[in-house]
Design a protein around this ligand. Structure first.
Ligand code: HMG
Ligand code: MG
Length: 306
C-alpha cells in the first residue's frame, strides 16, 4: 500500500450531525468542550455546527458562538453546514474557513429537509459556492438518502450520481454520499460507490453511514476495499437527522478507529482520548454511548486478545 492508501481521513460529524438530532439541546460551552476533546484525540476534521434556521433545527442555534470558541489550531478544519447564502454570510461572520452544502437524491426528503426541490437546492448553492470561492473557503457537498429514503423508499443509483456530479461540477472539492437512514448493506454500498467512481475520482468521494440496521461498519469496510479513504462518523454514535424519522445515529467514531487500527490503516486518532470525548458528551446528554468499543472498555469484555 502507498502512504496515501495507508491513511484514512475521518470527518467527525458528532458536534453537528450528532447533536442536531439529540433531544437535549446543549449550550455552546458544552459543544466547544466536546470539540476540544475531539481535537485532543487527534481528529483533524470536525464538523462543528450548522448555520440553518434555528426554527428548523433548534439544537444548532448558537453555532456562531461554538465556531468562535473552538481551539485555534491551524492543522484542524472546522467545517459547518450551510443551506443557503444567508447561512454562508452568518458562517463567514463567525469565522468559518470551510463549509458543507447539503441536498438529497430523493425529492421528498429534500423538500422536508430544506423546503425546496433538488433542482432549487442546487440553484441556491450557486451563489453560495461563488461567495465561498471569493473568500477562499472550500465547500464539501452532501447527497442524502443515497441508499434509501424515509418517505420514498427506493432511490436509484442514477439519481445519486446525477446530484453528486452536479455538486462536483459546481465546485465542491469533495462529495459525501450519505446513507441518511442507515438501510444500506455492504454490496449495495460498494456498488453505488463503484458507479460514482466512474464519474468522479475516488479521492473526491466520501462516505457517511448511519447505523440504524447495524451495517455501518461493514459498509465502510466494503467501500475501503475499493479505495475510499474519507469516512464520516460521530463520537459515541450520536445523532441522526431531524428530518429522517427512524434514522439512528451515525457510525461511532470509536468503532471506526478501532477497526482501522486493527487493519493497520492510519487515522492519527488516539482511541483512549476519543473515548474520553465520548464519555464527556454522553454524560452531558444523559444517554448511553452507541459505541460498542466504548461499552467494551467500560468493563464488559475488556480483556484484549492479541
Ligand atoms: P424556509 O422556511 O423555506 O426559508 O427554510 P425562508 O427563506 O422562507 O426563511 C424562513 C426563516 O428562516 C426566516 O426567518 C429566515 O430569515 C430564516 P423569519 O423571517 O421566519 O424569522 N433563515 C435562516 N436563519 C438562519 N440561518 C439561515 C437561514 N435561512 C433562512 N441559513 C431553510 C429553508 C433551508 C432555511 C430550512 O429548511 C432549514 O434551515 N433547513 C435545515 C434542515 C437541517 O439542518 N437538516 C439537518 C441537516 S441535513 C442532514 O443531517 C443530512 C446529512 O447529515 C447527511 C445525511 O446523513 O444524509 C448532511
Ligand atoms: Mg447524517
Amino acid at each position: 500500500m502507498t502512504a496515501q492508501q495507508d491513511t484514512v481521513t475521518i470527518v467527525e460529524v458528532g458536534p453537528r450531525d450528532g447533536l442536531q438530532a439529540e433531544a437535549r439541546a446543549l449550550p455552546a460551552a458544552d459543544r466547544i468542550r466536546l470539540i476540544e476533546l475531539l481535537v485532543d484525540s487527534g481528529l483533524k476534521h470536525i464538523e462543528s455546527g450548522s448555520f440553518v434556521s434555528p426554527k428548523w433545527v433548534p439544537q444548532m442555534a448558537e453555532s456562531d458562538a461554538v465556531l468562535r470558541g473552538v481551539p485555534a489550531n491551524p492543522g484542524v478544519h472546522y467545517p459547518v453546514l450551510v443551506p443557503n447564502l444567508r447561512g454562508l454570510e452568518l458562517a463567514l461572520a463567525a469565522g468559518a474557513r470551510e463549509i458543507a452544502v447539503f441536498t438529497a437524491a430523493s425529492e421528498t426528503f429534500c423538500q422536508r429537509n430544506t423546503n425546496c426541490t433538488i433542482g432549487e437546492s442546487l440553484q441556491r448553492f450557486e451563489p453560495v459556492l461563488a461567495l465561498a470561492a471569493e473568500h477562499g473557503v472550500p465547500v464539501r457537498g452532501y447527497v442524502s438518502c443515497v441508499l434509501g429514503c424515509p418517505y420514498q423508499g427506493e432511490v436509484g443509483t442514477g439519481a445519486v450520481i446525477e446530484v453528486a456530479t452536479a455538486l462536483a461540477a459546481m465546485g465542491c472539492y469533495e462529495v459525501c454520499l450519505a446513507d441518511t437512514i442507515g438501510v444500506g448493506t455492504p454490496r449495495r454500498a460498494r456498488a453505488l460507490i463503484s458507479a460514482a467512481a466512474e464519474q468522479l475520482p475516488l479521492d473526491r468521494l466520501a462516505v457517511h453511514f448511519h447505523d440504524t440496521y447495524g451495517q455501518a461498519l461493514a459498509n465502510v469496510l466494503a467501500c475501503l476495499e475499493i479505495g475510499i479513504r474519507t469516512v464520516d462518523s460521530a463520537v459515541a454514535g450520536l445523532g441522526g437527522c431531524p428530518y429522517a424519522p427512524g434514522a439512528a445515529g451515525n457510525l461511532a467514531t470509536e468503532d471506526l478507529v478501532y477497526m482501522l487500527d486493527g487493519m493497520g490503516l492510519h487515522t492519527g486518532v488516539d482511541l483512549d482520548r476519543l473515548i474520553e470525548a465520548g464519555t464527556f458528551i454522553c454524560e452531558r446528554l444523559g444517554r448511553r454511548s452507541q459505541s460498542r468499543v466504548q461499552l467494551a472498555r467500560q468493563g464488559r469484555g475488556t480483556r484484549v486478545l492479541t
